[in-house]
Design a protein around this ligand. Structure first.
Ligand SMILES: NC(=O)c1ccc[n+]([C@@H]2O[C@H](COP(=O)([O-])OP(=O)(O)OC[C@H]3O[C@@H](n4cnc5c(N)ncnc54)[C@H](O)[C@@H]3O)[C@@H](O)[C@H]2O)c1
Length: 338
């Protein structure tokens, strides 16, 4: 299929490009590089040995979108482009709604003008909010506790309304849990431009000597070792979920949400121990106060994705930590190491 990938130069997007091309899909990227570097796509081209057309610009730009639709003529869109920092979203709600909701709106308008009927959307487990029960299934109430989560839920609503008015369309909403890890080549991986917001890149930067110690926010949660537990999903498994969603979108109409996680959860202390084993490095830790809004534990019930998308996570915790370490140690400054 011909697939337009917005935000394709980002962490999850770049891994997804490789999985799409490995399955014979033709890809085209639209990215404004606000959180990525063009060199990522050179690495994707080298790894795949395939051309990747890329347009530089903002997903909210209607004229650019029309140009891409006319020149590339996609049959489906995978929409990664968005802002993802929870803390920043609380300080800049308008900016987050503008990009995350406005970007999705502009894209759907352009898809309508061009007659493109399939979209795969990057949503997040944050749409659920505080757990009423675990594991979360897709029927769990949605009550996001951050602006970021609310922009994702608003975009989901928009997609459902779009589909309701155009029954021939398919919107696949993927609710990601906690993506980690890197490509087995160690050529692409997560490269936060600032202090990492997520645990794994923070641990990796401590291991490689870029940061002094890992702060653990609270060790008095109601979990076996007192630290928070999350459902981590290897980014290659996540990328493959998009390939499965694309296949689904060719065979179905509707607007349907799917949890993309493993169903397992690991604590912060377990992640640190696993990373020490993978890297052979000591990870100094400091216990500090809990962060407002953090919950004790969460994990996905991914059985809908297993059954309906025919997708299942296959990578282990060791795969996650080893691939992260390979990427971080071979690219200590991320893509700036080039
Ligand atoms: N990484 C996570 O933990 C996580 C979890 C759940 C959901 N998501 C969602 O998945 C998507 C991809 O996440 P990621 O981790 O790869 O993030 P990322 O920041 O690495 O990738 C996003 C990409 O979109 C581009 N972009 C941002 N705003 C744009 C705009 N207005 N126009 C064009 N391009 C724009 C960025 O330059 C970047 O290349 C995001 O929508 C994010 O909210 C991520």
């Amino acid at each position: 299929m011909r697939v337009l990938v917005t935000g394709g130069a980002g962490y999850i997007g770049s891994h997804t490009l490789l999985e799409l091309m490995a399955q014979g899909h033709e890809v085209c990227v639209l990215d404004n590089y606000c959180n990525a570097r063009p060199v990522v796509l050179d690495r994707v081209r080298n790894l795949s040995n395939r051309p990747v057309t890329a347009y530089t610009g903002d997903v909210r730009q209607a004229t650019l979108l029309d140009q891409v639709m006319a020149e590339f003529a996609p049959e489906a869109v995978i929409h990664f482009a968005g802002l993802k920092a929870v803390g920043e979203s609380m300080r800049d709600p308008l900016g987050y709604y503008d990009v995350n909701l406005g970007g999705t709106l502009a894209l759907l308008h352009a898809m309508d003008r061009a007659g493109v009927r399939r979209i795969i959307f990057s949503s997040s487990a944050t749409v659920y909010g505080d757990p009423e029960y675990l594991p979360y299934d897709e029927a769990h109430p949605t009550a996001p506790t951050s602006v970021y989560g609310r922009t994702k839920l608003a975009a989901e609503t928009l997609l459902r309304d779009w589909h309701a008015a155009h029954p021939e369309t398919c919107a696949v909403i993927l609710r990601y849990f906690n993506p980690v890890g890197a490509h087995p080549s160690a050529q692409i991986g997560e490269d936060p431009s600032d202090t990492p917001n997520n645990l794994m890149p923070f641990i990796a930067q401590v291991a490689v000597g870029k940061r002094g110690a890992l702060q653990i926010f609270g060790d008095d949660y109601d979990t076996p070792d007192g630290t928070g537990q999350r459902d981590y999903i290897h980014v290659v498994d996540l990328a493959r979920a998009h390939v499965a969603a694309l296949r689904y979108s060719a065979e179905h109409t509707g607007a349907r949400a799917f949890n993309i996680g493993t169903g397992e959860s690991y604590s912060v202390k377990q992640m640190v121990a696993a990373f020490q084993t993978a890297s052979g490095q000591d990870i100094p830790c400091q216990i500090t106060a809990r962060r407002t809004g953090d919950i004790a534990a969460m994990q996905a019930n991914a059985s809908r994705a297993n059954q309906e998308l025919g997708w299942k996570a296959t990578h282990s915790l060791a795969d996650m930590t080893q691939s992260t370490w390979a990427w971080q140690s071979q690219n200590p400054d991320g893509y700036e190491s080039d």
